[in-house]
Design a protein around this ligand. Sequence first.
Ligand code: UDX
Ligand code: UDX
Length: 450
Amino acid sequence: MSTESTEGFKPVEATHIRLGVVGAGYVGLTTGACFAHLGHHVVCGDIDQRKVNMLNGGRIPIVEKGLERLVNENRALGRIEFVLGSAAAAVEADIVFLCVPTPQDEDGSADLSYLQQAAREIAPVLKPGAVVVNKSTVPVGSTIAVENVLQRNDVFVVSNPEFLREGTAVSDFLKPDRVVVGAANRAAAEQVAALYASIDTAIIVTDPVSAETIKYAANGFLAMKISFVNAVAAMCEHVGADVGAVVDGIGSDTRIGMRFLNPGPGWGGSCFPKDSRALVKIADDYGYDFSMMRGAITVNDEQRRRMVEKIAKAVGRHQSDLSGVTVGALGLTFKAGTDDLRESPAIAIITELLELGAGVRAFDPTTSGELSPHQETLLAGVELVSEPMEIGDGVDVVCVFTEWPEFAQIDLDSLAKRVGKGTTIVDTRNLLDPDQVKNAGLRYDGVGRR
Ligand code: UDX
Ligand code: UDX
């Protein structure tokens, strides 16, 4: 659990605005805590009693830098409280944020059942003139869909998409590049925009369909950017170029920029995979074949397979059979700074390795304690250890799957002693220094690195 500080973010004086937040997950809890920090009175509702109890006891159910302190500072100020259910969060609110999950359905579209259920529950208790805000990533057209469920002529629905990266969500909320507000009603848009008045940022006010499209287009573009660099990394391996030099060379062009150009095992997480598929599906539903986005998804799938190929190659085997091979995995979460395993490339690759007959021993800083039922399901068949070095004895290959800073500091000489000299480290994040790995007597294979 994080106890990092939120220094640099000065609490703002209390306002008289009352907010309800429905869903206290990664997005809802960050949204609620940050709005409380900005002076508003927030009531967060969640259907999970265990979560509500934890939060009311000052404990945070997720790993998110700065969040624990923000929640507890604002609990002490009486600005945030946690209740069971959606209606209880909405009953006295001027503005209600819907932050429930929109998971992917079988056909790639977003499953709106949680959103609709939340809207049904709050509809009878909303104050006249209240504003309901879609904060979760929802398909284009959801503002109207929520209006249709609410059936309240005296309530307005607004789109205000989140752009929060897990691990830096608090800082992304309080220092955003922009805030997007999509509304058919100007006054409702202004009410939502006013919540961010104490933040120095651009506020883009537009119509709901454009706001909803901005969210998908932003995540789709970032996913394409990463797929592009992963494809360039693959090309580097063919032509003998070094992707680090190529990224320096292209990223220094301010039109391209350095950010989101790190090659890796493919993008994962709760958003990019689901949103990129939803973008293709939405475009398709409206008669447009978004082939560029489909291409980025294909590259991402290939990237995970390429990592499995590298692992097979490192142990001198074909990709079709890894029986008897033991893989040591450093990192399981979809990126560093979070405990989230949703759509983690590490899990996808490990699942493939297990299917090919390999055994996997893994360490991740967020799975060394008691596991949640969700973690247990995803990690079935994986032997978990509680120290990075413990992956060592008897493994045939070591893989770095997540860029946790502590892996960059790992004692390579000690690791070499545990795993045996000549063992390969497949560094899917290009985190380690290849020369240091080689100096320790180990072999190195990164992504697009010479
Ligand atoms: C969000 C958004 O929902 C998703 O659209 C976005 O793209 C990614 O982030 P997130 O906050 O990450 O989801 O999900 P999660 O951490 O699972 O939190 C959702 C919370 O809503 C959970 O605490 C869950 O218990 C709660 N919930 C779910 C409700 O309160 N009511 C429901 O009906 C369903
Ligand atoms: C994303 C969006 O960035 C954020 O604005 C919001 O819409 C929620 O979804 P998040 O999923 O938390 O945030 O993670 P992000 O930092 O965007 O990374 C997504 C994936 O891309 C991770 O698997 C990460 O490791 C990978 N990635 C990211 C790379 O492989 N290379 C990069 O350069 C950046």
